[in-house]
Ligand binder design. Sequence first.
Ligand code: SF4
Ligand code: SF4
Length: 251
Amino acid sequence: MLVHLTQSCSLGCPHCMQDAKPSNNHMSRETAEKIADFCRESGDFLITISGGEPLEHPQALELIHYFAYHFQLVTVCTNGIELLDKEFFAKYEKLPFNVATQISTHRDFYTSYSRLKEFKSLEKKLAFCTVYDMDFARTDTYRISSQGRAINMQSQRKSPSCGNMILVANQVSSWCSLITEIRRKRYFCTPSVGFNGSVYLGESWLCESIGSINEDTDTLYRRTQNFRGCNGCADSKELLFRGLRQLGKVL
Ligand code: SF4
Ligand code: SF4
């Protein structure tokens, strides 16, 4: 699961597909524990922690530690700013060995791009740390979905991120087998869970929620099978419908 630890982020990038803002909502410890139970019941053992900016959560280290104790691998997706604080970094580097770090920046979109060299230095200091300079990789808008504040961008990503979940759900027989198959296909960012436990088939909390972690997984599985996308990235719905037609699920 991709876990949105917080809706806060002080950078406020123009391309944010989450519409993260400073001083927004944070996930409670109680919800984090329920999410861990939900993931285990779903047969998931890989957690991706995102936000907003997850390291702006006041209990970020405590919660990452908690997830690392319960799961095989925890990947923290961050803009890297908090890690440049020496005091914070000294605590962060003591997290368990199964915590990986992914730092993202982009010349055109992240106000933090000027600190790229400092981010790169962290790759050597942390055991499993990757810095994505998306501009250097010439991916440009490739990785930026047209959701949230990025809705009007010329994204090259034309398939809605909920599509994988819907298409696979129509080929397997339960929520657990859906999650297993999605991981086997190396899709690690869906489904996603919001700060309050809402479940989304896409990566963004602006996607339409299919329910909550407090509901039973059979209900979530049936809703996933029948979900047909929303208007959030409607330009790409045709691809989803083409896949469903091939499965004989729509006329
Ligand atoms: S894209 Fe990332 S760094 Fe930028 S505002 Fe959104 S959460 Fe923050
Ligand atoms: S179609 Fe809607 S639910 Fe699906 S990924 Fe796009 S915004 Fe999210």
